[in-house]
Design a binder for this molecule. Structure first.
Ligand code: GDP
Length: 434
């Protein structure tokens, strides 16, 4: 886990108050970005302690995964436990890469890993998490399953996921929206699952409503509604550019909504919060304001998302949702010049200089630049990332928000260490080119 995500300063969104059952870390290799999900040790035929819980967590992780890495111990050799897990993995439709860990010596490693061919999971990859040897080969194979970011960015369609708890009105909203617009139902190529998208054209733009099968056909008994629902929603979030998070005006923001919101943030998707069933609420002049304040307080970690109050039944404001979608998508895709980024940084530093450690060492930001969009991601080159505490990082993010807006989209700041000499050289190079 550490090896895979070390390739960059891993962006871990640390949100107190939001419990999570699995650990997610961002990582990248070459031009591919992905997140790595860590699960506990998997043991079958033993129901003591947390083992059943861990099995369930692994199930959930697999259900949402694009590819799985099965880690075995090259020094211990093949065990009955490995065989049990392999048998079970073969029943899932997720591709599996077999990592044979603890193979410190390349030659001995090859021999150690041979025996794992028996598992029937294809080529074993000998590697050493401690040394880092062999992980490159594994990652090369891994990224074959991960689409390039450009491919996602260049698509002209706007992919919209509609997510929310059962009965919040997702299908009613979908119907209200489709009632007025021409829609084509299209199965997704290359998936064996029953995911169905709905494609809608409007004002010359194409919107792909992601996996509407999960919305149209309901209550899957096989897996239990909860299990099936949230994983399906997680997958839809991953395939989308923007997510409509539907909340029930009667129930208000629930724990499930927080989980979905958290995932939207982790995946870096744009978002509009849609409070549905607004017709059922008794209102006076302040109701909307009060509601909005409450939603923002509960979803404080996505206070950048706009909230709209609608009714699928009366149709109130349903058509306005799409305007917010367009705005949020534009912000999600927005690129800001390096000059502007550095103005924001300079201004921010002028108001509030970076912290100084007890040893008297002060953090210094050399410069920043936007490295990608969807979501807007800025790298700040600094003397030492450790000198910038959580408070200062939050301050800087709020300055970016204040100065640049980015309403409707998460943004990411990556703090990267860089020796001063290298920065001078880079700056000199750039000057020459100019
Ligand atoms: P889904 O499970 O999220 O797709 O929810 P549905 O669209 O099936 O709606 C669940 C229930 O809520 C149905 O009985 C709907 O008629 C009702 N409902 C949906 N939207 C609204 C709304 O805006 N106002 C009211 N009063 N009821 C709604």
């Amino acid at each position: 886990m550490n090896r895979l995500s070390e390739t960059q300063d891993s962006i871990v969104h640390d949100q107190p108050g939001i419990t999570r059952d699995r650990t997610y870390r961002y990582a990248y290799w070459q031009d591919r970005e992905f997140s790595v999900v860590d699960t506990g040790g998997l043991v079958f035929d033993d129901d003591t302690e947390f083992l059943p819980l861990i099995r369930e967590q692994v199930m959930v992780a697999l259900a949402e995964a694009t590819v799985a890495i099965f880690v075995v111990d090259g020094q211990t050799g093949l065990t009955g436990g490995d065989e049990a897990i392999a048998g079970w993995l073969r029943e899932h439709s997720v591709p599996v890469l077999l990592a044979v860990n603890k193979c410190e010596s390349p030659t001995a490693g090859l021999i150690q890993s041979m025996q794992f061919w028996e598992l029937g999971l294809g080529n074993p990859f000998p590697l050493s998490s401690i040394h880092g040897s062999g992980t490159g080969e594994l990652l090369d194979e891994l990224i074959k399953y991960i689409p390039p970011a450009d491919e996602l960015e260049e698509s002209e369609e706007i992919r919209v996921a509609i997510v929310g708890r059962p009965n919040v009105g997702k299908s009613s909203l979908l119907n209200a929206f489709l009632g007025e617009n021409r829609a084509i139902v299209s199965p997704i190529s290359g998936t064996t699952r029953d995911a169905i998208d709905t494609v809608v054209e409007r004002n010359g733009k194409t919107y792909r409503l992601v996996d509407t099968a999960g919305i149209r056909r309901k209550k899957n008994v096989e897996y239990g509604a909860e299990f099936f629902g949230i994983n399906r929603a997680f997958k839809a979030i991953r395939r989308a550019n923007i997510v409509l998070l539907i909340i029930d005006a009667i129930d208000r923001v629930t724990e499930q909504d927080l989980k979905l919101a958290n995932r939207i943030l982790e995946e870096g998707r744009a978002c509009v919060i849609v409070v549905n069933k607004w017709d059922t609420i008794e209102k006076d002049t302040y109701t909307i304001l009060e509601y909005e304040r409450e939603v923002k307080a509960r979803l404080y970690f996505m206070d950048w998302a706009k909230t709209i109050f609608v009714s699928a039944i009366t149709g109130q404001r349903v058509e306005k949702i799409i305007d917010l979608v367009d705005q949020a998508v534009a912000e999600h895709q927005r690129r800001v010049s390096t000059a502007v980024i550095n103005e924001v940084i300079e201004e921010a530093v002028r108001w509030h200089s970076p912290p100084t450690t007890r040893q008297g060492k002060q953090g210094k930001i050399y410069y920043g630049t936007q490295v990608s969009s969807q979501p807007p991601t800025m790298v700040l080159f600094v003397n030492d990332p450790k000198r910038f505490n959580e408070n200062y990082r939050r301050y800087m993010e709020s300055q970016f928000r204040q100065q640049l807006g980015f309403l409707g989209t998460p943004i990411r700041l990556i703090w990267r260490g860089k020796p001063a000499r290298e920065v001078e050289r880079n700056t000199a190079n750039r000057a020459t080119k100019v």
